[in-house]
Design a protein around this ligand. Structure first.
Ligand code: PLP
Length: 355
């Protein structure tokens, strides 16, 4: 370990590494974890001294509130290695703010900033061999908080565990992404927790997404819960529509996750003179654009998926196939974003964060 944390962290190093057992060329997303994990417990009204120790299963009381009431929030981030072996994060301050915004909504105590950043830096320095060079390779980082207090009364817990685990990753989606526009099920409602990265939001998506899978769609584009009239976001991505040469994405509200990739693409569009409208887009307007040929592209944007083109969408009983186009905005944005993430291009917005 070469990094000296600026706050106290108890460190127990693994006796040996599992890295040689991993086939980095054939990694399935989220199934392999690095040698160490970061954890910090909240007890007696305060966050205790954090620790980094060998990755291992947890022992948690069966009555812990997370198992019963889903009091859990998380984040998703990536670390990238450049050609000179330097390690970078992308806008981690946004993830830090967002996990605490999510936590506040679920009555979970906020996590201290120095623990978050010092814990992350120390852990990533210990795991740097797990971050492989090369575009598309990254280390997916999963910070999360769970309610651990052993008590099943339906009220906020008084004890929590904050953790960071890391998983080597290549590109998240393989193959074409076909999306189904939601007509019956909803992901989130006004006044609910859609804007939070809360575990329960994802559990609620699995059943409708399974039904969509059976119809040949990988993802659902969620619509407003009231009337299913406006396009909002996909399962783990915000979503952009290119009509003629303009891109459109839904405004943030309390149903939509305020994505870091989304806000970065909006800024990149501005940098490169691409018109971007942040506004409500009706399903009927999208279908009309698909029918009259002005709909050029749909793409998802998210940390795991980066920028992911959508090849077809379904709604009602109709399916619209999108033709592959030359010079797609999806490719353009993906390239621009990755060039910044991998320390290849200038970073005029100061989004990169050196580990
Ligand atoms: C529901 C949802 N929307 C959007 C996103 C994209 O957010 P970000 O770009 O911050 O990864 C994610 C992924 O984290 C998500 O889970």
């Amino acid at each position: 370990m070469i990094y000296e944390p600026k706050c106290k962290i108890d460190i127990e190093e693994a006796n040996s590494s599992r890295i040689n057992e991993v086939d980095f060329e054939n990694i399935e997303f989220g199934k392999i974890f690095t040698d160490h994990m970061f954890e910090c417990d909240f007890k007696n009204g305060t966050w205790q001294t954090p620790k980094i120790s060998p990755y291992k299963p947890l022992t948690i009381d069966p009555s812990a509130r997370v198992f019963h009431y889903g009091q859990a929030v998380f984040e998703g981030m990536k670390a990238y290695k450049d050609d000179n072996d330097a390690i970078w994060l992308f806008r981690p301050d946004e993830n830090f703010k967002r996990i605490n915004k999510s936590a506040a909504r679920l009555a979970i105590p906020e996590f201290p900033e120095d623990y978050f950043f010092e814990g992350m830096k120390t852990l990533l320095n210990m795991e740097k061999d797990w971050i492989k060079k090369g575009i598309g390779n990254s280390l997916y980082i999963r910070p999360f908080v769970i309610a651990t207090e052993p008590a099943i009364s339906a009220s906020p817990a008084e004890e929590y565990k904050f953790m960071i685990i890391c998983s080597p990753a290549k590109a998240y989606y393989s193959g074409d992404v076909r999306v189904l526009i939601a007509e019956k099920f909803s992901r989130a409602a006004d006044g609910g927790i859609g804007f939070a990265k809360a575990a329960g939001n994802y559990a609620a998506q699995f059943y409708p997404t399974n039904l969509a899978n059976k119809k040949g769609f990988q993802q659902i584009i969620w619509t407003d819960a009231n009337r299913h009239e406006y396009l909002e976001e996909a399962g783990t991505m915000n979503i952009f529509f290119r009509i003629d040469d303009k891109i459109i994405t839904a405004p943030n509200n309390d149903r939509i996750l305020d994505g870091v990739t989304r806000k970065s693409l909006i800024a990149l569009a501005d940098d490169h003179g691409i018109e971007c409208e942040v506004r409500h887009l009706k399903v009927s307007e999208l279908k009309e654009a698909a029918k009259n040929g002005s709909l050029k592209e749909i793409f998802g944007a998210g940390t795991a998926a980066v920028v992911s083109p959508v090849v077809a969408f379904g709604h009602d009983s109709e399916v619209f196939e999108l033709n592959k186009i030359e010079n797609s905005y999806a490719d353009f944005f993906k390239q621009k974003l990755m060039d910044i993430q991998y320390n290849i291009s200038e970073d005029k917005h100061h989004w990169r964060y050196k580990i």
